[in-house]
Design a protein around this ligand. Structure first.
Ligand code: DC
Length: 230
């Protein structure tokens, strides 16, 4: 994007699953009056569709074949919550189930899927001030982001958070299973060929292991304000 085209501020928040990206990004966006874009939800919607249609998420050809007829939309409700729609149906809750997480991780390794979802993500940043979270926002989607943060935490810390989140949501899962699946997803996300999960050279790394939500939020806001001169 050229300098003349860039009218809005973008903050890229990348990192592995369960590092607290989404809760932190949502809260930081609210504080700044920016829009929060959860890009994982978009990949999850593709994963959900693939799963519903009984397609093997590792079959790149079959998944790519589905893309032209894929009807995905993203809207914000009156509370500012990002809702995902597939074929006009609200799938915001359904895409959070653990089996969809694995499927999303697998389809996200397919280059055609990443390419297909690129414009949707870039258009958001072209038209709004955004806090966008994902895996490749600072490296691929918004390489010119004004602030880039790479958020990490130990696998155990992240699995513990996901365990509590699923329990609160009324869909509890075994902690050991969550930890194994999280490590599996980390491996997939880091080792895929296209847009792997990695820290952008100009991103600030923040390890939130042992941090409370408020501590992490305070650190991010401080960093953003310093960078943006607020
Ligand atoms: O952030 P999440 O757990 O909701 O993401 C679901 C999957 O989507 C995750 O395994 C990796 C993938 N993803 C991605 O490859 N690139 C992004 N920008 C966001 C998510």
């Amino acid at each position: 994007m050229s300098a003349e085209e860039k009218k809005y501020v973008s903050i890229a928040l990348d990192g592995p699953s369960g590092a607290g990206k989404s809760t932190l990004a949502r809260s930081v966006a609210k504080e700044l009056g920016f829009i929060y874009v959860d890009t994982g939800a978009i990949y999850r919607t593709v994963g959900y569709c693939v799963q519903q249609r009984g397609i093997d998420p590792k079959d790149a050809g079959a998944v790519a074949g589905l893309l032209p007829e894929l009807d995905i939309a993203m809207r914000y409700d009156e509370t500012g919550l990002q809702r995902m729609y597939l074929d006009g149906q609200d799938v915001t809750g359904a895409i959070r189930l653990p089996e969809v997480s694995q499927c999303a991780s697998q389809v996200s390794a397919i280059p055609a899927v990443r390419e297909f979802l690129m414009d949707m993500q870039r258009d958001m940043a072209k038209n709004h001030n955004v806090v966008m979270d994902g895996r490749d926002i600072g490296t691929v989607v918004l390489p010119d982001a004004d602030v880039k943060i790479y958020l990490t935490a130990s696998a155990e810390d992240r699995a513990k958070r996901r365990y509590l989140e699923l329990k609160d949501r009324g869909t509890p899962e075994d902690y050991g299973v969550i930890l194994v699946e999280m490590e599996e997803r980390d491996y997939n996300d880091i080792h895929r060929q296209t847009a792997p999960l990695k820290r952008a050279a100009d991103a600030v790394q923040l390890d939130t292991s042992g941090f409370s939500f408020e501590e992490s939020r305070g650190k991010i806001l401080q960093l953003v304000k310093e960078r943006l001169g607020l």
